[in-house]
Design a protein around this ligand. Sequence first.
Ligand code: SAM
Ligand code: DTB
Ligand code: SF4
Length: 332
Amino acid sequence: MNDMTTGAMAVPSPHPSPTSGEGANVMPQAINALFALPFADLMFQAQTVHRANFDPNRVQLSTLLSIKTGGCSEDCGYCPQAARYDTGVENQGLLNLDDVLVAAKAAKAAGASRFCMGAAWRGPKQRDLDPVLDMVRAVRALGLETCATLGMLKDGQAEQLKEAGLDYYNHNLDTAPEFYGDIITTRQYQDRLDTLERVRQADLHVCCGGIVGMGESRTQRAGLIAQLASLDPQPESVPINLLVQVEGTPLAGAEALDPLEFVRTIAVARICMPQSFVRLSAGRQQMSDAVQALCFLAGANSIFYGEKLLTTGNPEWERDQRLFDSLGLIAL
Ligand code: SAM
Ligand code: DTB
Ligand code: SF4
């Protein structure tokens, strides 16, 4: 018979030192074993790790803005912005600086601490990057943390972003290496790892996560977390997205993920990346408050905050404020 403690401890640690926050030696079998724990044991372990590293009642708020929407050359099977899928998202040019500043000021006034600018590019050309550098400078001058997600970076581009005052670069691994080819063919897993290495070398903070609910197996969810946790050092921010199904994309109609399996994924991410901010990311609009509350209990301590993600909806400010009030959560 297992009591609560032995149930939780019967599983080997996925990491030699659960609070070190360093990557390497993350064992996929141990991560699979975490997923297989009784729910209460998994949640207990996640809460224990979370409380050893963070104030459990504080949640970081990041607001997204799509600075360049649609018309993307890539074939990411989940993405409404890929030009090749008929999703109704139009190809728009880069926003001008004034529009970006209006959005950043509104995000700050609503309580966000970080402003993340996203562009539907395979990667930025130099003539694209220059105006983005101006945006980074101007948003930083407002007193917000800055984040950008612009696709793959070439040599020297991460340094230019750092120099302009960028704090974080978001670039996701998206899924496990074994499932990746089912989702994206126009760039390789190694391309993503190379961009992440350039970001690290430029001394930028890394924001790197993935998407679940794309039809992957549990072992593949564990494989994604093993990859993320093996980055050395581990990413400072880890967005866990639940697929937002968009009509016209190849993944529209994928079998929906059981909400409790999503909660488990958050818990396992927390345990394997003890010092990272784990972000409950895309998919919140479709999620009940109760499931979101379980995600916070499982160790999520960051959200995308604001009424839009990039092209799809996110909970309204008022709904999030009510949720935070009812759970006693405080914005970081
Ligand atoms: N184009 C750049 C790139 O792909 O790196 C930056 C923007 S891209 C939209 C950023 C991330 O958004 C993707 O890597 C993916 O993880 C996430 N994403 C895109 N569409 C999504 C969807 N329908 N549901 C959940 N996450 C999604
Ligand atoms: C991330 O991991 N999720 C965000 C952000 N990084 C750029 C994007 C979610 C996009 C959801 C689909 C859309 O709104 O277009
Ligand atoms: Fe383009 Fe990024 Fe969407 Fe892929 S995820 S299609 S690279 S915008």
